[in-house]
Design a protein around this ligand. Structure first.
Ligand code: HEM
Length: 149
């Protein structure tokens, strides 16, 4: 079994908290009483989860930039990019692009029309769903590989 290195741990923890804090941007954890569970009250505090989302977005973008530089330096040649990697690149670019525009949207005085803000939110959510489905597909694929030895 391939040894999990420190980078995969940071990547996994970042994806978990960026997704959790992302969903906490929507008032669902209070509505479904999850925030009432002792120790989880912070999930209903928009400012805490908003700051968390920004911090983990920064870590996420740094990890992506690190992987790109690593790939360019050590993996010489884009011919080696597997199909899964292309899907991951599309999803990550979509999340970072829509996320960055949402950050700009949050600056006071940013004249984004309402329609664009709604579209950005929906697109960001769509890429988030795509990431979760893709992650689930990869988990099943890895399990199958493990079982088939
Ligand atoms: C794996 C990566 C990411 C996931 C899974 C994710 C997930 C989410 C989710 C589920 C939401 C709530 C959408 C809604 O309210 O309809 C959200 C909101 C947001 N995300 Fe992300 N996100 C990710 C990366 C990023 C990045 C890289 C940035 C910034 C560069 C970012 C910035 C934002 C902002 C600004 C909001 C809106 C908060 C508001 O309502 O003002 N996200 N994210």
């Amino acid at each position: 079994m391939k040894k999990m290195n420190i980078q995969s741990y940071i990547y996994g923890i970042t994806l978990f908290f960026i997704t959790l804090s992302g969903f906490a941007q929507m008032p669902i954890f209070k509505r479904y009483y999850i925030a009432d569970i002792p120790g989880l009250g912070w999930l209903a505090n928009f400012y805490i989860t908003h700051l968390m989302h920004y911090i983990f977005a920064g870590i996420f973008i740094s990890l992506v930039v690190y992987s790109i530089i690593y790939f360019i330096i050590f993996k010489k040649g884009f011919g080696q990019i597997a199909k899964d990697m292309i899907i991951r690149i599309i999803i990550f670019s979509g999340l970072i692009l829509t996320g960055s525009l949402l950050v700009i949207k949050n600056f006071s005085g940013t004249p984004f029309p309402n329609g664009m803000i709604i579209m950005l939110n929906l697109l960001h959510l769509l890429f988030c769903m795509a990431l979760m489905i893709f992650g689930f597909y990869q988990l099943i694929k890895r399990k199958k590989e493990l079982l088939s030895g």
